[in-house]
Design a protein around this ligand. Sequence first.
Ligand SMILES: [Cu+2]
Length: 118
Amino acid sequence: MSGRVLRRWSGFALGTSVAAFAVVAIAQQVAATGSGEVAIDDFRFAPADLTVAPGTRVTWTNRDQEPHTVVSVDKDVVPFKSQALDTDDKFAFVFDKAGTYKYFCSVHPRMVGTVTVK
Ligand SMILES: [Cu+2]
């Protein structure tokens, strides 16, 4: 009896997270007109300053053995915040509007980077 209820709940939770992921993936495919790559390596974002065209999807990949995050400094302008990225984990964000967007790693706040969209 209780096992049946538990199974139903875990099925619901799994279905919800899969659906949420699908919506994000579709939104990024529609919006992105190009791609940019930033590696996280040796406690640095590389390149630390990336310039892309509007509509570009920027993907960060953690090449370190340490967990890192990618968090926007000015959350009122463009809010983005990754989860803790383990080795080889990726985080992507589509930059739609021109501007200069600073970000940092919330685990190691001295790690900073900028995406310039123009
Ligand atoms: Cu970090």
